[in-house]
Each structure stands twice: as C-alpha cells, then as structure tokens.
Design a protein around this ligand. Structure first.
Ligand SMILES: NC(=O)c1ccc[n+]([C@@H]2O[C@H](COP(=O)([O-])OP(=O)(O)OC[C@H]3O[C@@H](n4cnc5c(N)ncnc54)[C@H](O)[C@@H]3O)[C@@H](O)[C@H]2O)c1
Length: 255
C-alpha cells in the first residue's frame, strides 16, 4: 500500500482529521502540502514534519478563488506535480432553518461546497497535467442523517456527495474520485459541536461511544489510515465510492 513520493495537497490539513492525514502521508513518504486558514498551526506543523519528510504549509482560504488558484500554482512549483488532492477543509455551524442567515450560509456552504468546487476547479487540471490522479473528499454521515440543529451543515455535506458523483462522471478516465464519510470523530470541530450542553464533553463522548457498535468514537488516525489506502495505487479500481467510516453506526436499528 504505497503513497511514497506522491505529492498530496490536504486542505484543512492543519487540524483534526486533516492534521492526522498530513502526518500519516508524510510518514509514508509522500510530499504533503497542507492548506488552511491556520497560519500559526500550519507553520508549526510544517516545521515538525519537515524534520522527517517533505511538507509545506500554504495559507489558503478555500472560499477565495484567487487563493485556491495560487495554492495549486504554489504546490506545483514546490514539488513539480500534484498527484492527489484531499479536499477536507470543513466548517460547521449550528441552527435550525429559523436561525438561518447569510453568515451561516457563507461560512458552511462557503467552505464545504464552494470551497470544494474551487479546489476541484483548479486542482483537477493539475492532476490531469500529472497524467491523472486522485481527488479525495471528506464528506460526512451528515449527508444521510438529519442531525438536530444541523440544517446547513447536513445540506452542505449532501451537496458535497453529489459533487463527488458529478466529478467522477465528468472526469472519467482522467481523475479517480473517492470519498470518506466519517461518523463521529474526536476533533476540535466535534468539541465545538458539543459546546453549550449541560454536561462535560467527555461525558457526552462516552455516551455517544456506547451507541456506536465498535464502542468508541472515531479518531483522526482512523480516517488517515483509510485516506492513505484510498490514495494509494492499490485502490486504483475504487472510483466514485464513498467509504462510510462510522464504527457501524449505520447498521444500528433505531431502537
Ligand atoms: N469530526 C467529525 O466528527 C467529522 C465527521 C464527519 C465529517 N467531518 C469532516 O471532516 C473534515 C475535517 O473536520 P475536522 O473534524 O477535522 O475539523 P477541524 O475543525 O479540526 O478542521 C477543519 C479544518 O478546515 C480548515 N478550514 C476551515 N475553514 C477553512 C477555509 N475557509 N479555508 C481553508 N481551510 C479551512 C481549518 O483551518 C481546519 O484545518 C470536515 O470536512 C468535516 O466536515 C468531521
């Protein structure tokens, strides 16, 4: 299972799932470009990973077309070509539709849908130039589950899965397009989504873990292991597929 010497861009590559992916890809010999809006974290991670491998941080807001264009250009000039893109940057926001406004739309739809579109718009031509490559998206079980007070987030993740299928069709023969749909993964985003409850986060996590058939939350490393496989040549026949990575949550009956 090898991703050795591949150049991989990871958007949102400096926190949670993306950070674990960046570290895992570098540990397995890939050249990694981490792109996010977290300058301090990005620079620190670049310094940490550069001591054992090839890593570069590029500050990039994926909702900004010029910045995404620059990201791809900069990544190409750093490592010569781009073999894979892990479109993972994500934003979360709470609320029912009655709390809906342009702020939450622009944040959540902006990053999760527009950001993914722009990453594909500029990233796919670079993959084509390299002779084909893999476009991996982090979606979510929120595409299928109506989580309470997650209207915009759930809609955004359903949109990202629809986009994944369209990319698979439009770039058939050029780019392999795959997804990972995580369930509940212990990251800063999950912690933020648990704020405001009447119990400590760890207590909430323990309660959720009991409801997951593997009896634990997902860890960022679980996603990184699956991502490294999906980006490897051994996964070359996996295309248009979204891997559900939820510890068996979807298998549970509702009682
Ligand atoms: N944690 C979970 O339980 C869970 C479950 C399913 C799917 N996901 C998805 O996994 C992905 C990673 O989330 P996470 O849980 O690691 O969260 P996180 O908050 O730890 O990381 C999100 C990353 O996205 C980056 N980001 C946010 N806005 C950005 C922007 N405008 N431009 C560029 N980068 C931006 C952040 O800087 C950060 O690096 C997201 O797409 C999220 O929706 C998470």
């Amino acid at each position: 299972m090898t991703i050795k010497n591949k150049t991989i861009i990871v958007t949102g590559g400096t926190s949670g799932i993306g950070e674990a992916c960046s570290k895992t890809f570098v540990a397995r010999g890939a050249n990694v470009v981490m792109a996010s809006i977290q300058q301090a974290e990005g620079e620190a991670l670049e310094a940490e990973l550069s001591s054992t491998g090839q890593a570069k941080f590029i500050l990039c807001d994926v909702t900004d077309e010029e910045q995404v264009k620059e990201l791809i250009k900069n990544a190409k000039s750093t490592f010569g070509q781009i073999d894979a893109i892990h479109c993972n940057a994500g934003a979360w926001g709470k609320g029912t539709v009655e709390e809906f406004d342009d702020v939450i739309w622009n944040k959540v739809m902006g990053v999760n849908v527009k950001g993914a579109m722009l990453t594909a718009k500029y990233g796919i031509p670079a993959l084509r130039e390299a002779g084909g490559g893999t476009f991996l998206m982090t979606t979510s079980v929120a595409a299928q589950i109506g989580f309470p007070q997650h209207a915009v987030y759930c809609a955004s993740k359903a949109a990202s899965e629809a986009l994944l299928r369209c990319l698979t069709t439009d770039y058939a023969g050029v780019v392999r397009v795959v997804g990972i749909s995580p369930g509940t993964v212990r990251t800063p985003m999950l912690a933020a989504s648990c704020e405001g409850w009447d119990r400590p986060v760890e207590e909430l996590y323990a309660e959720v873990a009991e409801k997951i058939p593997v009896r634990r939350l997902g860890e960022p490393q679980d996603v990184a292991n699956a991502a490294a496989f999906l980006l490897s040549d051994e996964a070359s026949y996996i295309n248009g597929t979204i891997l559900t990575l939820d510890g068996g949550t979807f298998a549970l009956p509702p009682w």
